[in-house]
Design a protein around this ligand. Structure first.
Ligand code: PEP
Ligand code: MN
Length: 284
């Protein structure tokens, strides 16, 4: 297909820059579908990712993994290398966390996703189905380029002070390295409003769907920061057309080593799973 790079206009009047060669809908009009295990993300399917903020112990992870599977979750999440704002807080179990996560995923029959914070750890992710680049590393270009040379699917989260334009250019780093398996994730941005941890920018969903063929997930947990706001934001994201959700879940949130206040209880996650599937059906 011929692309007129100097005249990449979107229907809302904004111009996509010529460097959006690979992420643009103009370059690739049909939705990209990313296969993770036997699950497909994008292209009309809905993906529910659930799990704890961080892998803390075998008992914790296996309990939550069972709950995610029983609730109809598609992918198990769990942080293992945690990029914490404070160096004095729990930093994750590292390689041992990845081992537990892979084992729990196999036990319940779910693919797994965990965050990478440094290219020097890439070899530890061999059995991980989906690699997450978190908000704090959205512009870690060395890391993005290296993931471009891998064929592992990547979830790229929007940085909390980054524009959608910058998110797409970060995705270009991965695609231009030869890895087409990129999924974008809106997780809230920093604004003047302190009542929520971040402000969930739901406009990102229709705007990104217009600009790019890549799947778009929403993480309402890190946007809300507080449990009672997670389900309403998740339902709204579903209605806005997100290709899926990433939700933090903990069976004992008061004991969680990170992000306990925003974790749904397993029964709340089960109810949310039913609600979002009902919303999808109603919109069909
Ligand atoms: C996470 O998903 O565990 C996480 C740290 O999210 P974010 O990078 O969006 O803050
Ligand atoms: Mn978290």
């Amino acid at each position: 297909m011929q692309i007129d790079l100097m005249n990449c206009m979107c229907s809302n009047g904004t111009r996509t820059e010529p460097e959006h060669l690979l992420t643009s809908r103009m370059a690739h009009p049909s939705d990209t579908v990313v296969t993770v295990g036997s699950h497909k993300i994008g292209g009309g399917s809905f993906t529910l990712i659930g799990g704890p903020c961080a892998v803390e112990s075998e008992e914790q992870l296996f309990t939550i993994a069972r709950a995610i599977k029983d609730a109809g979750g598609d992918i198990l999440r769990g942080g293992t290398f945690k990029p914490r704002t404070s160096p004095y807080k729990f930093q994750g179990l590292g390689a041992e966390g990845i081992r537990l996560l892979v084992e729990a995923g196999r036990w319940v029959g779910l693919p797994v996703v965990t965050e990478i914070t440094s290219i020097r750890n890439l070899s530890l992710y061999e059995d991980v189905d989906l690699i997450q680049v978190g908000a704090r590393n959205m512009q870690n270009y060395d890391l993005l380029s290296e993931l471009g040379h891998s064929k592992k699917p990547v979830i790229l989260k929007r940085g909390f002070s980054n524009t959608l334009e910058e998110l797409l250019l970060s995705a270009e780093y991965i695609l231009s390295g030869g890895n087409p398996n990129v999924i974008l994730c809106e997780r809230g941005i920093r604004t003047f409003e302190p009542m929520t941890r971040n402000t969930l920018d739901l406009s990102a969903v229709p705007v990104l769907h217009e600009l790019t063929h890549l799947p778009v997930l929403v993480d309402p947990s890190h946007a809300a920061g507080t449990r009672q706001y997670v389900a309403p934001l998740a339902r709204a994201a579903t209605a806005a057309g997100a290709d899926g959700l990433m939700i933090e879940v903990h069976h004992q949130p008061e004991l969680a080593l990170s992000d306990g206040p925003q974790a749904l209880l397993p029964e709340q996650f089960s109810q949310l799973s039913l609600d979002v599937r009902a919303i999808r059906n109603a919109l069909r």
